[in-house]
Design a protein around this ligand. Structure first.
Ligand SMILES: NC(=O)C1=CN([C@@H]2O[C@H](COP(=O)(O)OP(=O)(O)OC[C@H]3O[C@@H](n4cnc5c(N)ncnc54)[C@H](OP(=O)(O)O)[C@@H]3O)[C@@H](O)[C@H]2O)[C@@H](O)CC1
Ligand SMILES: Nc1ncnc2c1ncn2[C@@H]1O[C@H](COP(=O)(O)OP(=O)(O)O)[C@@H](O)[C@H]1O
Ligand SMILES: [K+]
Length: 485
């Protein structure tokens, strides 16, 4: 149940289900009933206004209005357009609604204790403008709680972008599987709490559609974790090289701590001789080596993974160092300065990427490396992965991971506490530590992003970057014991 469906895939799932014998009427009834179940589990009987659009999202609204009224609620319903123009299941349910059908206007909000937003769902085709935009603004200004059906009207289900204006919901009830717009900003915030309800579409139908996008949850990558065997030794868990900066040593130290906590068997910080004592003093469990020996270290295939970038410094020297490193095709994480250094010559970097490589840009670094790639975060991550041949993780509240083969995952955990200096260095270290243990690059990037976000959520207010590695044993222990699913 980790799949995320595009709106086109959702229509396809509906179509296949109807073709297999479940009528659209039943699906719409189930959809409406599931929204009502969520409403009555949160609010006692009161006055609701249901705002209906001209398509099937509006059709859901007619079901919801009827079921709420049957449950004793006082319900007003407003419709965009003429009831005679409704078609299909929406028309059928309009016929079953025994109350008045009012014209859409802000007057519908007077006396309402709850607004149910059924204006547009998957079928949003253009920006919301004019009187309709004023109505949406009035809903948002009213202070009345809003339950959005499928998506808040105005949010594009595929991209999370707002077309014109959007309803801001407290709760969004969607059907079968979530859509990208529920997790990508700004849709993620406009949805409020996202609830996904089954409406009778079989899991096999979804598998047959083969969605390439998932919520970043343990079930996605759990099977790819290489737990140490009873008879294992440290070399079975990989030897990670962290290429540390000469002066900004804090970043490299955070990478090293995180990678060791993530399970790397051995870890060597490779840096200028003058800074090695700083790295060595940070943790007795790390090793250090002068950067002049890096080539020799890489000739030993036991040094199987690398992290470079955090605190390393931007410039041509960094570029040539990285091009040389990539030649060895080790598992590699490129972050921060390693990405910015290639702003003038990104194709040189992409050409050099041959082995398993993860790029972890924040939005600024992404724009430097992929200045011509535009659009929503998911599409950009996919395009960047395809172009670079690397797994691309774009950081932020809606972190997305994309593999060159088109697989992608979106983080669903809210963890604003992670917005603190050094937290990105920790993420690079976790991913490097997981890759050192032989985890496949996409799985490692996803697991790293999940551990990072989960740690952020668990630690909460007061979090500093150093706390994240410290919390990893708790989370890894839970995963090892099989929870959470
Ligand atoms: N069996 C199923 O399929 C199930 C589907 N279900 C539900 O159906 C929903 C999808 O329904 P849908 O395809 O009818 O699209 P919907 O979101 O109602 O909008 C289309 C209408 O809006 C109009 N319109 C668009 N943008 C506009 C704008 N900016 N400003 C003004 N008008 C605009 C557009 O007009 P047009 O572009 O044709 O002029 C068209 O009339 C889905 O989200 C879920 O809730 C559930 O019941 C489960 C079973
Ligand atoms: N609002 C937020 N919600 C969740 N995670 C966030 C938020 N803001 C930032 N982060 C996370 O914090 C980390 C910051 O990384 P980065 O920008 O590279 O900072 P630094 O270079 O200081 O380590 C990223 O993993 C990012 O996803
Ligand atoms: K809606």
């Amino acid at each position: 149940m980790f799949e995320v469906l595009t709106t086109e895939q959702m229509y396809e799932a509906d179509r296949r289900t109807i073709e297999a014998g479940t009528s659209g009427d039943v699906l719409m009834e189930n959809a409406g009933a599931s929204v009502v179940a969520e409403i009555v589990s949160r609010w006692t009987t009161r006055a609701a206004t249901v705002l209906c659009g001209p398509g099937n999202n509006g059709g859901d609204g007619f079901v919801i209005a009827r079921l709420l009224r049957n449950a004793g609620w006082s319900v007003r319903l407003g419709l965009l357009g003429d009831v005679e123009k409704l078609t299909g299941d929406a028309a059928l349910n309009a016929g079953r609604w025994e109350g008045a059908v009012e014209r859409l206007s802000p007057a519908l909000l007077v006396g309402a204790d709850l607004v149910v937003d059924c204006l547009f769902g998957a079928g949003l085709a253009r920006p919301i403008e004019g009187d309709l935009a004023s109505l949406v603004q009035a809903v948002n200004d009213s202070g009345v709680p809003v339950v959005a059906v499928d998506v808040p009207s105005g949010v594009d289900g595929n991209s999370g972008e707002v077309r014109g204006i959007s309803v801001k919901a407290n709760v969004t009830v969607t059907f079968c599987r979530p859509k990208p717009g529920h997790y990508l900003l700004p849709g993620r915030i406009l949805c409020g709490q996202v609830i996904v309800r089954d409406i009778g579409i079989a899991d096999q139908t979804i598998r047959d559609i083969r969605p390439m996008l998932v919520c970043n949850e343990p079930g996605v990558w759990r099977a790819g974790i290489n737990w140490p065997g009873v008879d294992g030794h440290k070399y079975h868990r990989g030897h990670l090289l962290v290429i540390g900066g000469a002066t900004m040593t804090g970043a490299g130290r955070l990478v090293a701590r995180a990678a060791r906590r993530a399970g790397a068997g051995l870890l060597t910080v490779v840096a200028e001789p003058a800074s090695l004592s700083v790295y060595a003093a940070d943790s007795p469990g790390i090793m250090t080596a002068p950067i002049a020996t890096l080539d020799d270290l890489l000739k030993d295939c036991r040094h199987n993974a690398l992290v470079i970038g955090p605190g390393f410094g931007v410039g041509d020297e960094t570029c040539s160092r990285i091009i040389t490193l990539l030649h060895y095709c080790r598992c590699t994480v490129l972050d921060a300065d390693a990405l910015t250094s290639f702003a003038e010559q990104p194709s040189t970097l992409f050409f050099a990427i041959q082995g398993p490589t993860v790029l972890t840009p924040h939005e600024g670094e992404f724009a430097r490396l992929f200045p011509d790639i535009e659009g929503d975060k998911l599409s950009r991550a996919r395009a960047a992965a395809k172009r670079s041949g690397a797994t691309v993780l774009i950081k932020g509240a809606d972190t997305v991971v994309a593999a060159p083969d088109g697989r992608a995952a979106i983080n669903t955990i809210d963890a604003p506490w992670l917005a603190t200096a050094g937290s990105g260095d920790v993420l690079a270290g976790i991913i490097g530590g997981l890759m050192a243990q032989g985890m496949e690059m996409f799985d490692a990037a996803c697991m790293g992003a999940w551990l990072h976000a989960r740690a952020g959520g668990d630690i909460g207010p007061g979090l500093i970057a150093e706390d994240i590695p410290h919390h990893l044993p708790v989370l890894l222990g839970q995963l090892w014991r099989g929870v959470p699913k």
